[in-house]
Write a protein that binds this ligand. Structure first.
Ligand code: HEC
Ligand code: HEC
Ligand code: HEC
Ligand code: HEC
Length: 242
């Protein structure tokens, strides 16, 4: 009798464990443009446009500056800065991630993007999840602190030797960088937030990478006959790419 109970409970716990594994979703990086489907326009507080105006949006591009080559030399890095993991670690997003951890529309060249600070978005970018902070955090959303800014913004000999800029005043920079959702804002507050396109974008990613690489291929943006994907690749994105 006892043995039977033991056996049943062993089988049950095995079953529960495998179910839990099947439900575990590994978040992937979707890119700032995917966040922009909702996080732009007046109602949401123009987060995407504001970010485009920051130095973070061209942090990767800065690796093409003549100063970049000098900084690499000072650091004893023989590679082209665009290929040096050390430089990319602070000047890009998800450069160190495996290719399958990045959506096909994701671009390393977009610099220090939303997800560098807020975490990879595939599992939290659903409108329902996003509106519930606990759920979003559980799905991988991070709310950064000033301590997180300092992980990149400390005085680096290689940088100061070349451009002689003072250390960043984090308190002041925090204010400058603020991109809050305005009071009374949020989903539906502005047509520019394009909730329909956004919902489509959200649905596309959530869980699509959960179980297998095959799922990824199925949802690949290259399958252009999928109207839902056309919706996601908004005109703004396609014109930029061509
Ligand atoms: C499908 C639409 C949608 C997409 C796509 C989306 N969000 Fe959101 N996000 C929302 C909504 C809705 C809220 C809640 C806004 C409010 O009412 O304050 C929100 C809130 C947030 C918050 C604040 C959370 C809090 O509790 O303070 C952050 C940070 C955020 N989003 C980051 C992102 C990032 C980064 C991406 C891209 C990876 C992204 N979002 C993609 C709809 C979206
Ligand atoms: C992943 C590394 C990283 C993190 C985290 C980070 N930054 Fe930056 N930040 C950069 C890089 C790289 C640049 C320079 C980009 C350029 O000009 O090419 C930069 C530039 C800036 C600038 C422009 C001023 C200047 O000296 O060029 C401000 C302001 C700034 N960051 C504020 C912040 C704040 C506030 C936080 C925290 C919320 C933060 N950063 C987090 C990497 C980071
Ligand atoms: C620990 C994070 C970190 C690393 C690693 C790093 N950078 Fe930076 N870089 C920053 C930050 C933060 C800024 C902006 C503040 C400053 O200039 O010090 C910046 C600024 C720059 C700038 C000036 C951008 C401008 O607007 O003029 C260049 C060029 C640059 N970095 C190149 C490089 C190169 C090349 C490497 C690799 C050898 C590298 N960085 C490694 C964080 C980093
Ligand atoms: C350099 C880091 C950094 C980047 C890049 C960044 N954020 Fe944030 N974000 C923050 C910080 C810091 C806060 C404020 C956290 C707090 O209030 O405690 C924040 C807050 C938010 C909020 C909540 C605002 C509110 O009402 O409280 C939203 C929404 C958001 N970010 C969306 C985005 C989106 C979308 C992008 C890309 C277009 C982005 N963020 C890029 C650091 C960043």
């Amino acid at each position: 009798m006892r043995l039977r109970v033991l056996l049943v409970s062993t089988i049950l716990s095995g079953l529960i464990a495998s179910l839990a594994m099947a439900q575990e979703k590994h978040p992937v990086y979707v890119g700032a443009r995917a966040c922009a489907a909702c996080h732009d326009g007046k109602g949401m507080g123009h987060q995407y446009s504001k970010w485009l105006l920051t130095h973070h949006a061209h942090a990767y591009a800065s690796l093409s500056k003549p100063e970049a080559v000098k900084m690499a030399q000072v650091s004893g890095i023989p590679q082209d800065p665009h290929e040096a993991p050390v430089c990319l670690g602070c000047h890009a997003t998800a450069a160190e991630a495996e290719p399958w951890e990045r959506d096909e529309a994701f671009r390393v060249t977009d610099g220090v993007q939303c997800e560098k600070c807020h975490g990879p978005g595939s599992e939290y970018m659903d409108a329902k999840v996003m509106s519930d902070r606990d759920a979003a955090v559980k799905a991988g959303l991070r709310i950064p602190t000033k301590q997180d800014c300092l992980k990149c913004h400390y005085v680096k000999g290689s940088h100061v030797a070349v451009h002689r800029k003072p250390a960043l005043d984090v308190d002041k920079a925090w204010e400058i960088l603020a991109h809050p959702v305005p009071p009374g804002g949020g989903p539906g507050a502005s047509p520019a937030a394009a909730p329909k396109a956004a919902a489509a974008a959200g649905a596309r990613y959530v869980g699509s990478y959960a179980s297998s690489w095959a799922a990824h291929l199925k949802y690949s943006p290259r399958a252009s006959s999928n109207t839902r994907l056309k919706f996601h690749v908004a005109p703004r994105f396609t014109s930029e790419r061509s």
